[in-house]
Design a protein around this ligand. Structure first.
Ligand SMILES: Nc1nc2c(c(=O)[nH]1)N[C@H]1C(S)=C(S)[C@@H](COP(=O)(O)O)O[C@H]1N2
Ligand SMILES: [Mo]
Length: 412
């Protein structure tokens, strides 16, 4: 009898089955003489640790990370908008809220992550260290998740403290890409552990009370720590809590004209150009161009708006800004503000925040100003004298100071 070869599907299925079996096959146990120190049996005795505790901390941490990731991704999209993305100019303080939430949930995650790692770290020393290839892969992905989560929290804290020396990479790019690694690792982690966590979260009937009480005390302590971190930092964006913000690196009312300064004129190397009597703001449209000195800017209709500076670093503060509507300048060169975007450049020659694009929603918004005054006085040199951009619902990095040129482009 002639034997036919297996049809291709069956062949592939066999390979898959073999691969799965190979991945799950128990590996030979390492020699018992290696079982020393924390690898000895019964070293970790705390009765506080349980799947239930780990699960509850995991749920809290998962929620905090999800909010942190969503708000961080939003901030990234606003700063680097792909074609499909759209961000409105109203409500005025929406970005202030989402970015405040990003930094607050990140900070509140620190005690949660600490407690969660404490609750599971004995598993690092489980015996045998790897049971199978699949087990090794799961441990590796968990290692990646823990490393990514620690990286995000540490780099985030360094960023809001404006301490860049320990970060030999561009903060925003590193923070952004590692967030994707963390999300991938988190999804794998949730997929692997969901059944066990779900079972442990449904309290088994007749669970001894005293254990539950201890666990609750611990959870209460962790919640209190997270709450305390939030309470002592969130005042950098919520004005009535400013007095409590002892851990916040920035205070929203400390700085020239009662407002913090992110980068000074000296730091940006623009002092001379900003103070030069020959200063002009050049507005260029398709085929038309105007050049305005400070007196000419002051002669245009002036408007006042209460708008926050909402820094990506989590601090924010409201100012009373007065100046010319960006839409009026765009109209001066014959363009329709509601159908134009503007490329706004600073006197600053280099640096990541020397220029930005203002999309039509913001160009056409009556609150988007080329501000000449703050709190009724001419802008302080460090707040962008002679003229700066201030627009509703935008990250601080997009509120360009020391404007030199506005290039208008129609959007059809
Ligand atoms: N030209 C220029 N504009 C800039 C910056 C900068 O570095 N260069 N920093 C931005 C950032 S990150 C913030 S938060 C705001 C802060 O404005 P303020 O210093 O007036 O508070 O300015 C923005 N405008
Ligand atoms: Mo900022």
């Amino acid at each position: 009898m002639v034997r036919h070869p297996d049809p291709p599907m069956t062949g592939r299925a066999t390979v898959l089955r073999r691969l799965t079996r190979w991945c799950l096959a128990p590996l030979p146990a390492p020699p018992v003489t290696l079982r020393r120190g924390p690898l000895r049996p019964g070293v970790f005795r705390s009765r506080l640790r349980s799947t239930r505790l780990t699960g509850q901390l995991g749920v809290a941490l998962g929620v905090a990370f999800a909010i942190c990731f969503a708000t961080g991704l939003l901030s990234h999209l606003i700063q680097h908008p792909p074609g499909w993305f759209w961000w409105p100019a109203r409500p005025v303080g929406l970005y202030r809220f989402t970015q405040g939430l990003h930094v607050a949930t990140g900070l509140a995650s620190i005690p949660l992550l600490g407690a969660k790692l404490w609750s599971v770290y004995p598993r690092l020393f489980s015996w045998p260290p790897v049971r199978s290839i699949a087990h090794a892969a799961e441990r590796a992905s968990l290692g990646l998740l823990v490393a990514a989560a620690l990286f995000l929290l540490v780099s985030g804290v360094l960023n809001i403290s404006r301490w860049y020396a320990p970060m030999p990479f561009f903060f925003t790019a590193g923070h952004y890409w590692v967030a994707w690694l963390a999300v991938g690792g988190l999804l794998v982690h949730i997929g692997v552990h969901l059944p066990a966590v779900r079972a442990a979260l449904v309290r088994p009937v007749g669970e001894p009370r005293q254990d539950g009480l201890n666990r609750r005390t611990l959870l209460g302590g962790v919640a209190a720590a997270s709450g305390l971190v939030t309470l002592t930092t969130v005042g950098q964006t919520i004005r009535p809590l400013t007095g409590l913000a002892v851990l916040a690196p920035r205070h929203p009312d400390v700085g020239p004209q009662g407002l913090p300064v992110n980068r000074t004129a000296a730091g940006a190397g623009v002092r001379a150009a900003a103070l030069d009597p020959a200063y002009r703001l050049r507005v260029t449209g398709e085929g038309r161009s105007v050049s305005l000195d400070l007196a000419a800017l002051n002669r245009l209709p002036q408007y006042t708006a209460e708008l926050p500076i909402a820094c990506v670093e989590g601090w924010s503060a409201t100012g009373t800004w007065t100046g010319v509507r960006l839409g009026d300048l765009v109209a001066l060169v014959g363009a329709d503000p509601r159908r134009s975007s503007a490329w706004v450049e600073s006197l600053q020659v280099d640096g990541a925040y020397r220029a930005c694009t203002v999309p039509p929603e913001h160009v056409g918004d009556p609150l988007t100003l080329v501000a000449l005054r703050l709190g009724g006085e001419p802008l302080h040199l460090d707040h962008g004298y002679p003229a700066r951009l201030i627009a509703p619902n935008r990250p601080g990095v997009l509120q360009t100071k020391w404007l030199s040129r506005i290039t208008v482009a129609g959007t059809g």
